[in-house]
Ligand binder design. Structure first.
Ligand code: FPP
Length: 256
């Protein structure tokens, strides 16, 4: 994406969201409308994800979290589940070198144990190889569910308290966050959901407490850099108050 294209859209590059999360919805409907199989819809969805990764790199977004496969998605027909997971595995295997060259850091959030061993091996290898990269962080949410993530964090905390590594009083919203899959990463600034559904669907339940939400009727395979820029412009025009008043924000009390 050229700087001219970005400028024409009146996007302030100094105020681009640091962390964008996306519910990539609508692959099935996109395919159905064209008489294609749902799997072809997911293939086009993967291409859209690649376009958005490139656009995030160009805009200077630091973290992109993509909801690729939810815990509930396991209930879909086996053929679709296998195809979706296969698509992802193939992509990571084929593109590992390119990801490294682009300095992209891949991170997985979700229950890796639910995945077949060969897929898990590819994921672990990709995460290990790209882990120290300093470019865009791409969190892939796989077999992910927000409620399960919170329950797992609570269990880890109980273990820590029982082992006397922390005390009950040391449990705060900030310390709790570190036990989630997202660990020390900052919360999303902007959450995008495509396809016209106005739901969160168990995505990042804890982390989106103060996230700005952007809903669009565009189906995921049609979502591209243009609409990503539009979402960022809308984000820039919102006033984030984090519970304060508009007057406090103007006086700069948020940063104190
Ligand atoms: C929702 O559309 C999409 C998914 C369940 C899968 C998302 C996966 C991709 C975009 C491809 C893989 C991408 C990466 C980055 C690994 P849907 O099938 O629910 O569509 P529908 O609501 O129209 O049926």
């Amino acid at each position: 994406m050229s700087i001219q294209e970005i400028n024409e859209k009146r996007l302030d590059l100094k105020k681009v969201p640091y962390h964008i999360a996306i519910v990539m919805d609508g692959n099935g409907r996109w395919a159905q409308r064209r008489g294609l199989s749902r799997i072809e819809g997911h293939q086009r969805g993967l291409e859209a994800a690649q376009t958005v990764v490139e656009a995030c790199e160009a805009l200077g977004v630091k973290i992109l979290t993509l909801y690729a496969f939810s815990k509930e998605n396991w209930r879909r027909p086996k053929r679709e589940v296998n195809a979706l997971i296969g698509l992802l595995q193939e992509y990571l295997k084929e593109r590992q070198k390119e990801l490294l060259e682009r300095d992209i850091c891949i991170n997985i959030i979700g229950d890796l144990d639910d995945l077949p061993t060969s897929v898990r091996d590819t994921l672990v290898e990709t995460v290990e190889k790209t882990g120290r990269k300093k470019g865009l962080i791409v969190n892939l949410a796989l077999s992910y569910g927000g409620r399960s993530e919170i329950v797992a964090a609570v269990k880890k905390l109980i273990d820590e308290v029982e082992a006397r590594r922390i005390t009950k009083d040391e449990i705060t919203p900030e310390s709790f966050s570190r036990y989630l899959f997202t660990g020390n990463l900052p919360d999303p600034d902007l959450l995008i959901r495509t396809s016209g559904e106005l739901r969160i669907s168990n995505f990042l339940l804890w982390q989106i407490a103060y996230t700005e939400l952007y809903f669009t009727t565009t189906l995921w395979p049609d979502f591209g850099k243009e609409e990503l820029i539009n979402a960022c412009i809308e984000y820039q025009n919102r006033e984030r108050r984090f519970g304060l008043t508009a007057s406090q924000i103007r006086k700069g009390e948020l940063s104190q």
